[in-house]
Design a binder for this molecule. Sequence first.
Ligand SMILES: O=C[C@H](O)[C@H](O)[C@H](O)COP(=O)(O)O
Length: 260
Amino acid sequence: MPDAPTSPTGAEAGKFAAARRAVDLIGDGMTVGLGTGSTAAWMVRALAARVKSEGMTLTCVPTSSRTGALATRLGLNVVTLEDVETLDLTIDGADEFDPAFRLIKGGGAAHLQEKIVAAASKRLVVITDPSKDVAHLGAFPLPVEVTPFGHTATLRLIQQVVNQADVDGREITMRQHEAVPVITDEGNVVYDLHLGRIGDPEALMRDLTCLPGVVETGLFLGLCDTVIIGHPDGRAETRVLNKAPEIATVDMAEAAQLPE
Ligand SMILES: O=C[C@H](O)[C@H](O)[C@H](O)COP(=O)(O)O
């Protein structure tokens, strides 16, 4: 007999709590951007369960082939960004967020599509566990997506920018999986910038983005106004910029019932 499904524990439980709380922000008829990553996957599963139980009609735009495949498999109505004019809301994970809700994203190499979808949305809500909450961005390596053509020449330009930036570390590595370069959904490669601390995220993004060959950075600045932080005990804290935080408690038993 197969084991009965169990609820997640630790960081996964926190991710579920944040994701489940965020799904409550979605109303019937909305157009919703679906983020990428382990936290966003909880959100897609919780959303699919809610759509099924409540019979909601939604239009969903995924931010990666992975999320698109999951959402389609779970029966969500998936379209492309070209099919919609604007999105009511995008819910996505993050690798770091600071007190101004500036983000580093791209740990799963999806930041290009994620940023395009976020920019097309009226609102970006980030769902996280407490480990992503930082005073300064930069402990998480900053992903920079680069065209394969001439990528080592582009790397030299990125290194020059990093050498002059207000940061603590200057090492750059190419993203690889099992010794093979990671290729993004858009056919590009990713360099990870190990900066330790980013003193001026706006200046760094400007200086990197104008380099030929750089397609996009994982810095999301001025895009997010709400972060939901999930805790392993089911508490989900919603922080909206310039407002007092609100805490709700999620029924953690629900996690074990979600579609796979
Ligand atoms: O490229 C991936 C995305 O930016 C993710 O949203 C980010 O890496 C967070 O992922 P996770 O929820 O798995 O920590």
